[in-house]
Ligand binder design. Structure first.
Ligand code: RFL
Ligand code: PHB
Length: 392
């Protein structure tokens, strides 16, 4: 089998790239180790930057997102039993975000792939990358007891943090940067109306809490938890009690609780792998970088990486110019590091750290106070939250 671009992974980066390439008339095959249902079953991101919304529109996939997604012009910061709104829309000259779950983005992209007849291989086992530094790049895998081989010009490693693509890069050429945070997030999805119209990020002495949503009838809540915590330790009642304690009195009183539909724990990490290109192998999305979810940046960074990659490949095939692919890594990394910095900063501001003590807590309170009083400081938060611009 032969194609132009072999895409490893059917998460948001792989599927977005697949559609962008299809739109440009570049052939691609997506190879995914899990089933489509498994991919759709993972509950992850909820907030899309304007640039990601624009990308879905550009792909002609915005209809359901605009009909069902919730446009938010602000976020609330909770601390010391009060809650204050940051008016992102006013502070950024009209920019907003869209609450539309990663599951729905993925569902729309999968449907588009089927509709345009593009090939996706699900449940591919033992995926391996070959000769991406040489003249005969190819990907092999096993499926249903048979071995398969795909020859290609380029390989896009869109297979997430635990994928095979970054692991296949020559160790001597790969430099990684990592920060592991001393806590995780326990998340619950429930068929209950959200406690507030917009998200609440709450700094509390018992730990951080986040009130998010998927729709007007479905909520997504998180509480900071210990790294030793297990989902089994948290009954629904224990979760709701803990969340309520970390919210301002008005939110605590109006919180509607119900049975959890999903409950999971995610560790928090910042991670960047450099460079993002090795010969004809390109890394994109979580395969190259991870941010803690506090800034809602992971999926949005995946989207900006693949926009750079798609335009580089279009330049290569269309204008016969390697300029885009030669600068792909640098261009991505400039934007990636800004999002890594913002996510680290927002995480540091909002969470309890085991060793920062009362002094650390006072500093956080002073900084949140300053953020809410100073237009310059709240503008910096708003600009980053709605998404920094992409390079032309
Ligand atoms: P994904 O989504 O991990 O997809 C990678 C795909 O590759 C497959 N795969 C392989 N396929 C073939 N061969 C192999 N050897 C393979 N190994 C893996 C996997 O099965 C999978 O299908 O990476 P991608 O596409 O780069 O997308 C990244 C996003 O999923 C991620 O950044 C976000 O979910 C992060 N994130 C958030 N991002 C936001 O922008 N806004 C948010 O509000 C937000 N909230 C979150 C989040 C992540 C969270 N968790 C659980 C980490 C909230 C949470 C709790
Ligand atoms: C979510 O809805 O899952 C979500 C929203 C905002 C974040 C992280 C996660 O910062």
């Amino acid at each position: 089998m032969r194609t132009q671009v072999a895409i490893i992974g059917a998460g948001p980066s792989g599927l977005l790239l697949g559609q962008l390439l299809h739109q440009a008339g570049i052939a691609a095959v997506v190879i995914e180790q899990r089933s489509g249902d498994y991919v759709l079953g993972r509950i992850r991101a909820g907030v899309l930057e304007q640039g990601t919304v624009d990308l879905m529109d550009q792909l002609g996939l915005g209809e359901r997102m605009h009909a069902e997604g919730l446009v938010h012009g602000g976020i609330n910061l909770g601390f010391r039993n009060t809650r204050q709104r940051i008016d992102m829309h006013a502070l950024t000259g009209g920019k907003q975000v869209m609450v539309y779950g990663q599951t729905e983005v993925t569902r729309d992209l999968m449907a588009a792939r089927v509709a345009c007849g593009a090939k996706t291989v699900y449940e591919a086992r033992d995926v391996a990358l070959h000769d991406f530094n040489g003249k005969n790049p190819r990907v092999t895998w096993n499926k249903d007891g048979a071995a398969h081989e795909l020859h290609c010009d380029f390989i896009a490693g869109c297979d997430g943090y635990h994928g095979v693509s970054r692991a296949s890069a020559p160790p001597a050429l790969l430099k990684t940067y990592e920060k592991v945070y001393p806590f995780g997030w326990l998340g619950v999805l429930s068929e209950t109306p959200p406690v507030a119209h917009e998200l609440i990020y709450s700094n509390h002495e018992r730990g951080f809490a986040l009130c998010s949503m998927r729709s007007n009838t479905r909520s997504r809540y998180y509480v900071q938890c210990s790294l030793d915590d297990k989902v089994e330790y948290w009954s629904d009642t224990a979760f709701w009690d803990e969340l309520r304690r970390r919210l301002d009195p008005e939110a605590a009183d109006t919180l509607v609780t119900g049975p959890s539909i999903e409950k999971s724990i995610a560790p928090l990490r910042s991670f960047v792998a450099e460079p993002m290109r090795f010969g004809s192998l390109f890394l994109a999305g979580d395969a190259a970088h991870i941010v803690p979810p506090t800034g809602a940046k992971g999926l949005n960074l995946a989207a900006s990486d693949v926009r750079y990659l798609a335009s580089a490949l279009m330049q290569f095939y269309g204008d016969k110019s390697a300029a885009g692919i030669d600068t792909y890594s640098e261009r991505c990394l400039r934007r990636v590091w800004k999002a890594v910095r913002f996510s680290w900063w927002f995480t540091s501001l909002m969470h309890r750290f085991p060793d920062s003590g009362e002094f650390g807590q006072k500093l956080q309170e002073a900084e949140i106070g300053y953020l809410l009083e100073s237009k310059a400081a709240s503008t910096a938060l708003a600009e980053n939250y709605v998404g920094l611009p992409m390079e032309a």
